[in-house]
Design a protein around this ligand. Sequence first.
Ligand code: MV4
Length: 471
Amino acid sequence: MLLGGFSVKKECSALVSPGVLRKIMFKRILVANRGEIALRVIRACRELGVETVAIYSEADRDAVYLPLADEAICVGPAKAAESYLRIDRVISAAEIGNVQAIHPGYGFLSENSHFAEVCRSCDIGFIGPSPESMARVGDKNSARLLAREAGVPCVPGSDGLLTNEKEALQVARAIGFPVLLKATAGGGGKGMRVAANDLSLSSAFQQASAEAQAAFGNSGMYIEKYIERPRHVEVQILGDTHGTMLHLWERDCSTQRRHQKLIEESPSPRLAPETRKAMCEAAVRLAKAAGYFSAGTVEFIVDQEGNFYFIEVNARIQVEHPVTEMVTGIDLIKAQIRIAAGEPLGIVQHEIVPRGVAIECRINAEDPANGFRPCPGRIEKMMAPGGFGVRFDSHAVAGYVVSPYYDSLVGKLIVHQPTRREAIDTMTRALRELQIEGIRTTVPLHLEVLANSAFHDAQVDTTFVERMLAG
Ligand code: MV4
């Protein structure tokens, strides 16, 4: 930060550009997020001996993790657009808090390459990838082309963005229906439409591009063959600024509903060892081609025959990162911070040996009996589960009020056991132990999934939950 030409942060970064050449651990970082991930980052920093500055909105002023930070700064009213998403306010908090770096968590500003660029221009480290590699993988069409060049299997489809409806029709006829139209700026299923024939393709193209324009200010579309009932498998990667790129194996996130993940596990059950190896190596090739460093995820879909195809890259730490931490024994948040501080990873691929099975259930304040509508409100009573192989990452306590302004995640229950069978049993026991009174949660749904024979047999694809609920 320059104030009247005088660098006020010279203790750590006077002569090095943040995140690239520095080799001194940060003294103090800003946690630019809320909820369980803010707490997760504060905990990692405490263990590293790094001071933290938390930010909060008026709705979060009583959050229990704020006193765990060394300082807490209010950045605005409840609405995220006026607080957690305000780059000017977050940067001001970083300047006032005198931090050397910002951890963005997930959501909010975490995949905003402009924000990462602003951090750089303010001489504040961004705990994540460079703005350049983030932009390269953030645009889904550009990520797809990069994947192709890196020899990563992609779903058959267009060679780039579609210029018009006619071109979409030509590609669709060449690859065969059904096809999936995707917005290059898309996310969470927005700007995505399936088309089964010429006629539906025309309206799908209009609708999807209009939706993408409205949601992202970018109407760019590409097209792929539609893979029916795929599994969603993603590879965790970790790269440092010294050219090391490693994978931390995969997570299976097929147990989802309407693009909201419910249960994630590692390793992916029923994945052939040679497919797993090829997929993880493909993820590393892509991340290298993108010049990526920090933690990231390369998403794939796996079809009924076991073929895998690249889908997209998530240039952030993900909600489900704990399952990978449990099976690999690697603290991903600490790794992100060390990488951003310029430290080398200091490990090689063959040292990352997955052990056992980890499963995570997302506990959301939603009512599964009423169309999963959000159930904000006050938690009157709470008892967190524990015991061998059980981890509960949550910012919620008795008296905590789930706000309608943010996502409804109240906690993540993670178990780690030698086998999948034991992990399911431990999770079932822990879910029954978990008491949350005053709000509805997804706990009953998780118990239903865990008791389902198809889930036991790992016969799960991305349509499993919806089929279970329908039948
Ligand atoms: C697909 C697909 C089938 N075929 N692409 C959903 C959001 C984005 N991450 C990519 N998605 C999909 N892409 C082709 N060519 C099916 C999905 C998909 C999906 C992917 C991962 C996890 C959950 C999903 C739920 C529905 C559809």
